[in-house]
Design a protein around this ligand. Sequence first.
Ligand code: ATP
Ligand code: MG
Length: 222
Amino acid sequence: MTFVSIENLTFRYNKRQTPIIDNLSFAINKGEIVGIVGASGSGKSTLLRIIAGLEQPEQGSIEVDHKIMMDDTRWVETEQRGVGMVFQDYALFPHLNVADNIGFGLHKLKRSERKQRQQEMLELVQMTDYAKRYPHELSGGQQQRVAMARALAPKPSILLMDEPFSNLDAHLKANIRKELLQILRRADITCLFVSHDQADIEAICEREFCIAANSGGNFCSC
Ligand code: ATP
Ligand code: MG
């Protein structure tokens, strides 16, 4: 059953450009994990940023669960959309420790539930021990893992992930991929997953969209 429906989306960063996304339409089912691949600069991040509500397209509509989230004139707050995101330029809150970064979006939960969710997420990103010992001293890859945990913690209905493993070594990545897949399945989270690594896509995604360079974001069978 269609969960996310995108129709006739057109976007450019400025009026003089040809559109980065040009009249793009596609649909994704509830709980589906879809890979998005394509050359650098083809528009993958731009597409996720639009779905997240961070960019305003000049035309098109986005429906989630048959509710209009965005059309040419109307917007719904990102939080109401239930969208979680891990972007290439993720940033943590520097004054918060690891657990509080992960718990940031969980203010509506009871304290005990929040603690439990934080714990689950620390396990997912394999940082339980480290976060106890060094809650503020994080490498690039550790920060990336915390950003992933923070995005997943509120169990969003849609998760947008843009190269979430780019700073992780192969061993860690393989472990986290497995755990991530289980969490997505268990919580029935619909996921758009951008990666340059075909192994990531094959390990996690059920379907794959490829954006050809200079195609206006349109999918091909490359
Ligand atoms: P990568 O694989 O390198 O992350 P991508 O597929 O995610 O690439 P985007 O970041 O979506 O590509 O960029 C698509 C196009 O939009 C590129 O040509 C890029 O130069 C342009 N672009 C991206 N961000 C901006 C911006 N803020 N202003 C103007 N042009 C931009
Ligand atoms: Mg990108």
